[in-house]
Design a protein around this ligand. Structure first.
Ligand SMILES: *[C@@H]1O[C@H](CO)[C@@H](O)[C@H](O)[C@H]1NC(C)=O
Ligand SMILES: *[C@@H]1O[C@H](CO)[C@@H](O)[C@H](O)[C@H]1NC(C)=O
Ligand SMILES: *[C@@H]1O[C@H](CO)[C@@H](O)[C@H](O)[C@H]1NC(C)=O
Ligand SMILES: *[C@@H]1O[C@H](CO)[C@@H](O)[C@H](O)[C@H]1NC(C)=O
Ligand SMILES: *[C@@H]1O[C@H](CO)[C@@H](O)[C@H](O)[C@H]1NC(C)=O
Ligand SMILES: *[C@@H]1O[C@H](CO)[C@@H](O)[C@H](O)[C@H]1NC(C)=O
Ligand SMILES: *[C@@H]1O[C@H](CO)[C@@H](O)[C@H](O)[C@H]1NC(C)=O
Ligand SMILES: *[C@@H]1O[C@H](CO)[C@@H](O)[C@H](O)[C@H]1NC(C)=O
Length: 675
């Protein structure tokens, strides 16, 4: 594997290095024989990038073996040996800001520079060791920033010879001399490749520095020729050779070394320049922040991104997945449903899923995704969730009611202002619809009607007397009786009126119920009782038997079913009130029983009405029905008294307010819409 990688590497980046003793040649680098420190990196293209444009960083690249600088065989001995080096570098600065600070070919006793500083110190010296003779450092700087302490090197683009200090012993602006002696400036930080030579003659103690553009021949005239200093006193027995570069706190460049050869006591091998290409241009100024700031920016960006992502996902989740927050008390409720399940069951409460609309809200048909069971979901919209806990407790309790003639309340769910109540789905719709708007002219037979009547009675008996608490239905009416596939009755919406009552209506003086079914004392006092349920049931009996609505427009006056049936009862031909759709197909005894029981139940005096238990006995023929008189005549005084005291009544369905004019308390211009 490693072999394959190096083969590929060599194929694409033919690198030829020749390392013989203290002489070596790198026509590109692969990392071997090098010691990289600081910011310095080996690029895949074979270049060494000493620094990028990060601010305040240092990069070093040194040949990893020490070089013997004093050789007994050398003609210059005991002075330092001659040496020669040739290299190609490039300094790339950003177009948006000035570059800095430059690089230096360095001979040093060690390849490491602890405490070295950035900026003008070029990563070799520091403010504490500057000018210290014990540094034993010889550096040739290719500096792009003017003057250390703004006095020296005041020309920015320059080459200088530094001995133990950043104060150059000698420096020159960066120029090269063409063969004709013409002098041209060479911008060090242009990003172009620059060819440099440094030669030292040990015998003559002469140091020459020469530069040229990469495409020009080596100038015959060196840029710097320096012989004023005893370099033998600077150099030590063995020295490390290499490069150092640094950036500053507001000026930075990328510094590259592309090729390098070195020789002691001889001429450095010629570089093969054919393979070299320019390093990439710098144009992202954001990369010029110093590393801690960069890290901070990255960290902040990540945090901000994560926060945004979380926020986004959260919003998305809330939008797509209707979200619910549970309060402590909700968690313990066994009948609680997940909003998302109900949402899925009704395909997002779409209008086509609506199967009915009542006083409390719309009813949707749904299919529970987990079980595939059909359910009816009543959606009650309330303003504010005040009283929601009370609601839930009530529904929790109603959810425990189990009777074959009650619609099974499966559970509930709360979402913001909506309370959703989940029931078993009952397929045949309401009794009201079956009597008044049947599909395909379907007519409920008397047998079916009688069975339904008995079923409702059985359900109400359970609510009133057989369960652990007395539950008042409060809204008994034909549209609250649902009929299943076997045409059995199921009472629905029991107890809800009460919930509604202590929800929004409680602050009004109105009562809850449906016009036509409201017992007089209920209208008067607003207090519902088992007896007021019986009253409504009586109206329902008359409705089922006669096929007529409890109230409606009459010929001259308001039609009132109870009065009308009573009139016929008085006149001795109560059977004239029977639903003509039955076509005389009924059991006369049962019909008479139902009509008279209806009249008895809708007696305006509570005491005259039977209890649900008595009522069931009458219906089953276990006990004869007491005679039914026209109480209107008997107790007309109290009736008129009562009429005068009627108050406004609010229907849960339509919020119609009305005044009473006669018994039953029902007379209004908008009475036709009385359910
Ligand atoms: C790098 O180059 C040298 C000589 O050119 C070679 O000996 C060495 O195996 C190379 N190293 C890698 C990792 O390619
Ligand atoms: C110096 O030269 C002698 C003979 O010419 C040789 O034996 C010796 O190894 C050389 N020393 C070095 C350091 O090259
Ligand atoms: C020197 O070079 C400059 C431009 O680089 C040119 O204008 C000038 O003529 C040259 N002088 C000679 C003597 O070649
Ligand atoms: C060593 O350098 C000194 C000057 O610093 C010079 O006078 C002397 O000739 C040199 N010795 C040799 C052997 O080159
Ligand atoms: C250095 O440059 C001078 C001319 O300035 C030249 O005479 C000398 O030979 C050069 N020395 C080297 C070692 O290149
Ligand atoms: C860089 O910073 C120094 C002080 O630290 C300031 O004098 C100089 O003007 C700055 N240069 C730029 C280009 O901002
Ligand atoms: C330089 O390298 C190229 C490709 O690696 C090679 O073809 C050419 O011969 C080399 N030139 C010299 C002078 O070695
Ligand atoms: C500089 O910009 C060029 C195109 O404008 C792009 O190809 C190159 O990658 C950029 N370089 C850096 C270091 O961002």
């Amino acid at each position: 594997m490693a072999l394959a990688i190096s083969l590929v590497f060599l194929l694409f980046f033919p690198i030829c290095s020749l390392a013989q003793g203290d002489n070596f040649l790198f026509n590109g680098f692969n990392g071997s024989d090098l010691k990289l420190e600081g910011d310095s990196k080996l690029k895949p293209s074979g270049m060494i990038r000493l620094t990028d444009t990060t601010r305040d960083v240092i990069g070093h690249a040194f040949y990893n073996k020490p070089i013997t600088m004093f050789d007994k065989n050398s003609s210059s001995y005991p002075n330092a040996s001659s040496f020669s080096t040739e290299f190609v570098f490039a300094i790339v600065s950003q177009s948006s800001s000035p570059g800095g600070f430059g690089l230096a070919f360095t001979l040093s006793p060690s390849p490491s520079f602890p405490g070295a500083e950035t900026g003008h110190y070029l990563g070799i010296f520091s403010s504490s060791n500057d000018k210290n003779p014990s540094n034993h450092i010889l550096a040739v700087e290719f500096d792009t920033v003017n003057g250390y302490k703004d006095f020296y090197n005041s020309y920015g683009n320059h080459v200088g010879i530094d001995i133990n200090s950043v104060d150059s012993k000698k420096f020159e602006p960066a120029v090269y001399y063409a063969t004709d002696g013409n002098k041209s400036e060479l911008s060090l930080e242009s990003g172009d490749l620059i060819h440099a030579w440094i030669e030292y003659d040990g015998k003559a103690q002469l140091l020459n520095v020469t530069i040229s553009p990469i495409d020009k021949k080596k100038p015959t005239k060196p840029l710097l020729s320096y012989h004023d200093y005893d370099l033998s006193s600077v150099l030590q027995e063995t020295m490390y050779a290499g490069f150092s570069a640094s950036t500053g706190d507001n000026q930075s460049s990328s510094h590259y070394i592309l090729a390098w050869s070195f020789a002691v006591n001889g001429i450095a091998s010629k570089l093969n320049l054919t393979q070299l290409s320019n390093p990439p241009k710098e144009n992202s100024s954001s990369s010029s922040y110093s590393r801690p700031i960069k890290a901070l920016i990255v960290a902040l960006s990540v945090v901000v991104f994560l926060l945004l992502a979380i926020l986004f996902l959260f919003t998305l989740y809330r939008k797509l997945m209707p979200f619910e927050t549970l309060e402590d008390w909700e968690i313990d409720c066994p009948h609680r449903f997940q909003y998302k399940d109900l949402y899925a069951a009704t395909k997002g409460f779409k209008d086509s899923a609506v199967i009915g609309a009542g006083g409390f809200g719309a009813v949707y048909k749904g299919v529970m995704p987990s079980t595939g069971c059909e359910v009816a979901i009543k959606k009650i919209t309330r303003n504010g969730i005040q009283g929601m806990r009370e609601f839930a407790a009530e529904i929790e309790s109603l959810g425990r009611l189990r009777h074959k003639n009650l619609v099974n309340l499966q559970g509930w769910c709360k979402k913001k202002n909506d309370l959703l109540i989940v029931y078993d789905y009952i397929p045949n719709g309401s009794l009201d619809t079956l009597i008044f708007h049947p599909k395909d002219n379907f007519v409920l037979s008397w047998e079916q009607r009688f069975n339904i009547i008995k079923g409702i009675a059985s359900g109400l008996l359970y609510l009133h007397e057989e369960w652990e608490q007395v539950v008042i239905h409060r809204d008994v009416k034909s549209s609250n009786v649902l009929i299943d596939a076997e045409l059995n009755a199921h009472l629905s919406d029991f107890g809800l009126a009460r919930l509604y009552d202590h929800g929004e209506i409680s602050h009004t003086t109105g009562v809850v119920g449906t016009i036509g079914y409201i017992a007089p004392e209920l209208a008067r006092t607003g207090k519902a009782s088992a007896s007021s349920d019986v009253f409504a049931y009586g109206i329902l009996l008359l409705e089922v038997a006669s096929g007529k609505r409890p109230i409606g427009p009459g010929h001259s006056d308001q039609f009132i079913l109870v009065d009308w049936v009573m009139e016929h009862h008085e006149a001795g031909h109560v059977l004239d009130t029977v639903d003509p759709k039955l076509d005389s197909n009924y059991v006369v005894k049962e019909m008479e029983l139902v009509l008279q029981l209806g009249l008895l139940c809708s007696h305006f005096k509570q005491e005259a009405r039977p209890t649900m238990r008595q009522l069931v006995r009458y219906l089953n023929g276990d006990e004869p029905l007491p005679p039914v008189y026209n109480w209107d005549l008997i107790e007309s005084e109290s009736v008129s008294e009562m009429n005068s005291r009627f108050m406004q009544v609010i229907s849960t369905d339509s919020f119609i307010s009305y005044k009473s004019s006669s018994f039953g308390g029902i007379s209004s211009s908008s009475m036709a819409s009385g359910r």
